[in-house]
Design a protein around this ligand. Structure first.
Ligand code: SAM
Length: 458
């Protein structure tokens, strides 16, 4: 049963006929299922022929496709390998900003192009942005989530996607006030009353109330006003929700225009049943007014924790055979991390000077330890083989069948009789995507898969 006040509100905004259609889609049809391929890991990103499931039409994303039904993703090793992301199809409309970002970058080719995803967990928009930024050299993404446990899940999904030009932070939107005018593009996919999730999630219906809509609208105001100073004049803002009501959607956009002088480039609702849409979604794209450059990092280095600027904490390490050309390896404490050469310094300066709580940055590729007779041991990390920085074939790779792949993902015993001793990367086909890293001891393997991401029995 849909809440009466919700029915009244939507009927008022859409008219009885259109609203009636939307209500019947919500009540009498199944949620659609869509996935988005990972261009860092697979080559057939158009038809997604590597999927062991039936696909149908395309989505708003060049990398996305609808599936004919919802499979058990957890039993597909390519899902764990990050070959694709399961994402609500309407959200893929975000790709609309890709040509605009590319244009902005061309107009300002110097320095790093900086994008913020403010409300990022579990990582749908972040992984999508990273695929887009792959085609915009010299860019990096700050992916933020305020709730700690959700930020941990975000880190897992970001590692799995494999891009190295990303910093994950765990901060309140107000903390970004220390970075005036820093970002070129900002995505605020705000927490909302979730009317667009009614078909998929009965809990969203149960929790809906008019009071909660007002509370959400007030919270969205606060989030936006806290973070907006960090967007540079002329920068792009995407403000989106998965709800339909005007309090959280159009009214907030109108307030951005009247209060902050934003220009609306586009705003659009998506409803269940629309051709390319999945669940309900509201998307708005705005440009910040004003001109001239604002100071960057004006008060960031004297912010919390006495952390100083500069990248003294990072020391160049020299080349590492496992890391592809174009990425630079640095040592920070016992960790070796790889960054895209073009933005390495900008990312490190951000990490060390922004005063934000950074949970990960770049790709952790190895740990160094003192070995015998003063020798330095360099031990590869699991995140190496998840990352775009990994040079394919620099470690022995073997392709394994489904049963072995699932055993490895469950952290069960793995024996590789014909593989060489030492570190071995396990891959899974059709696209031979790396998903496992083991140390082969002959009679058994030590599995380097972190237990936090192991496949639990289903
Ligand atoms: N963008 C994500 C994606 O595509 O996967 C979904 C984001 S979800 C709609 C909204 C996120 O905002 C949640 O992860 C939630 O934890 C976070 N959030 C909740 N309260 C917040 C607040 N006061 N400020 C910033 N973010 C908040």
């Amino acid at each position: 049963m849909l809440p009466e006040e919700f029915i009244e509100q939507l009927t008022l905004s859409l008219g009885p006929e259109r609203a009636g259609e939307v209500f019947s889609y919500i009540q009498y049809t199944q949620p659609s299922v869509a996935v988005r391929a990972n261009p860092f890991k697979v080559s057939d990103v158009e038809s997604l022929s590597f999927l062991p499931f039936d696909t149908e039409r395309g989505t708003y994303s060049q990398w996305g496709r609808f599936l004919t039904s919802r499979p058990e993703f957890a039993l597909d090793p390519l899902f764990h390998a990050g070959a694709y992301y399961v994402q609500e199809a309407s959200s893929m409309y975000l790709e609309r900003i890709m040509p605009l970002m590319a244009e902005m970058r061309q107009a300002r080719p110097d320095g790093a192009f900086k994008v913020l995803d403010l409300c990022a967990a579990p990582g749908g928009k972040t992984t999508h942005l990273l695929s887009m930024l792959r085609e915009i050299p010299g860019s990096f993404l700050v992916s933020n989530e305020v709730i700690r446990t959700r930020a941990a899940v975000l880190c897992e999904n970001v590692s799995k996607w494999g891009a190295a030009n990303v910093v994950v932070t765990n901060n309140d939107p107000a903390d970004f006030a220390a970075l005036p005018g820093y970002f070129d593009v900002m995505v605020v996919d705000a927490p909302c009353s979730g009317e667009g999730m009614f078909r998929k999630d009965p809990e969203a219906v149960a929790q809906w109330s008019e009071d909660n809509v007002r509370l959400c609208a007030a919270r969205q105001h606060r989030i936006l006003s806290d973070v907006l100073p960090a967007l540079r004049p002329g920068g792009l803002l995407v403000y989106s929700t998965c709800t339909f009501n005007h309090y959280e959607d159009e009214d907030n956009v109108a307030w951005l225009v009247s209060e902050y002088g934003f220009e609306v480039l586009e705003q659009k609702h998506f409803y269940p049943g629309d051709e390319m849409a999945g669940e309900g979604f509201f998307f708005s794209l705005l440009r910040k007014g004003g001109g001239g450059d604002m100071p960057v990092f004006s008060n960031a280095s004297k912010s919390r924790g006495g952390r100083s600027g500069g990248s003294a904490a990072y020391r160049p390490f020299g080349s590492l055979d496992w890391v592809r050309d174009g990425f630079t390896v640095y040592r920070k404490g016992p960790m070796l991390k790889a960054f895209p050469g073009q933005v390495a310094e900008a990312m490190q300066a951000f990490e060390l000077s922004s005063g934000l709580r950074v949970m990960m940055s770049g790709s952790a590729v190895a740990e160094v330890k003192d070995g015998n007779r003063g020798k330095l041991l360099v031990l590869p990390q699991y995140s190496l083989i998840q990352s775009e920085v990994y040079r394919r074939g620099s470690l022995p790779e073997i392709e394994v069948p489904l049963e072995t792949a699932l055993a490895c993902l469950r952290l069960g015993p793995v024996v590789l009789r014909d593989a060489p001793a030492g570190y071995v990367v396990l891959t899974y086909s059709p696209e031979a995507v790396p998903f496992g890293l083991v140390k082969n001891l002959g009679s058994r393997c030590n599995n380097l898969l972190p237990s936090s991401i192991r496949l639990r029995q289903i």
